[in-house]
Design a binder for this molecule. Structure first.
Ligand code: PMV
Length: 363
């Protein structure tokens, strides 16, 4: 694990002796949401440090529920994972070994992880963000229990976001509900590459009710993992221009979020989504992630927006599925449009209607 200069997170680490004297066995369970990025994180440096700051909102219905149990064991670290979590087992094990300097008590425990996603795993919604956020919250909560602390204030969430980031960059943002920013931006006070910030206090209320209709064009497994994707940026001819543009877009979108400017917000969201795909297409020997139906859906959204003269827009992750974004005041007409015109273009007519959520919950 990259050494952190953030002594806030490394000092007073809890070791085996404290675990034993506090009671040998502890458990914690958290639900954490998936999030959808509007300004995209694409490209990273060592230690899971982003090349550019990013911005997202947490979903409501798409989440991971994780329970972590730890029990003192003189035999060292061991791990069991429930059958549903088995596919993530290698990443979870690697992560728990990596974060041992932050949680030294892990060196001598039998750890049991039970993790379940609320959404089918192959609908193109990244489960690593919600998965690592929920696991990080469990770890930080167990540490607090050993220390005898109660309550989950800002320092707790900052640390959980920092720890989640070490599992998956976007997971740092899933520790918060509403809107979040992750990554250093000179114009945004307190922003840092180490953990995410909640933007909820500065966001106009209409954005807190943002809806997301996830149009599942294909549920086939990801062709390009985010690890491979970030690596593509290392030698990308447009990398520097992209990182500069992301900072410009982030500043502009922060203004739009503050002012409640939906038109500006959707302009930037769509440009970010298409830039992400443009970067992938202009990388050497990369697959085309968008499908013909993805493009048809985009065209239909644009036509509907013009015809009805309403503020709606889309974003896209590193896959073929389209996220149609709209606010609650236009939900009835937009959802009728989705059901009539967009659903037939989706695989097995699959659409997930989700919305901006309140964030993690202790379970
Ligand atoms: O957190 P990672 O390493 O899975 O990367 C996420 C990359 C994108 O989903 C494409 C963008 C983002 O900011 O979430």
């Amino acid at each position: 694990m990259a050494k952190s200069k953030w002594t806030e997170f490394t000092q007073n680490a809890v070791g085996t002796e404290q675990l034993k004297s506090a009671g040998n066995e502890f458990k914690s369970g958290w639900k954490a949401p998936s999030n959808i990025a509007i300004v995209k994180y694409w490209g990273k440096k060592d230690g899971q440090i982003p090349q550019n700051p990013s911005l997202s909102f947490s979903l409501n219905g798409c989440y991971t529920q994780t329970q972590l149990e730890v029990k003192y064991s003189p035999k060292g670290f061991s791990l069991t994972i429930n059958p549903e979590g088995k596919e993530f087992a290698p990443r979870i094990e690697q992560f728990l070994r990596n974060v041992e300097p932050l949680f030294p008590f892990l060196a001598n425990v039998e750890a049991k992880v039970t993790t379940v996603n609320s959404f089918p795993h192959s609908v193109g919604i990244a489960s690593s963000a919600s998965g690592f956020a929920s696991l990080a919250l469990c770890l930080c909560h167990i540490e607090e229990q050993i220390k005898g602390n109660l309550g989950f204030g800002s320092p707790f969430l900052r640390k959980a976001s920092y720890v989640a980031r070490l599992g998956s960059g976007s997971a740092s943002r899933s520790v918060f509900g509403g809107w979040q920013e992750w990554g250093y931006l000179p114009e945004l006070p307190n922003s840092t590459n180490e953990y995410a910030l909640s933007l909820s206090p500065i966001v106009d209320p209409k954005f807190s009710e943002m809806r997301d209709a996830i149009l599942v064009v294909s549920s086939s497994p990801k062709v390009l993992s985010s690890t491979q994707g970030h690596a593509l940026m290392a030698n990308h001819p447009f990398a520097d221009a992209r990182y500069a543009e992301a900072r410009i877009n982030l500043n502009a979108i922060l203004k739009a979020l503050r002012k409640g400017d939906l038109k500006r917000f959707f302009d930037i969201a769509e440009s970010e989504a298409l830039t992400l795909h443009g970067l992938i297409m202009s990388s050497k020997n990369q697959p085309m992630l968008l499908k013909p139906q993805s493009l048809q859906i985009i065209e239909l959204i644009k036509a509907f927006r013009t015809e009805k003269d309403i503020n709606i827009g889309f974003t896209i992750d590193a896959g073929p599925n389209i996220h149609l974004l709209y606010t609650s005041d236009v939900a009835p007409i937009v959802e009728a449009f989705v059901n009539e015109q967009l659903k037939p273009l989706c695989e097995n007519q699959k659409v997930i209607f989700d919305s901006c959520g309140k964030g993690p919950e202790l379970v």
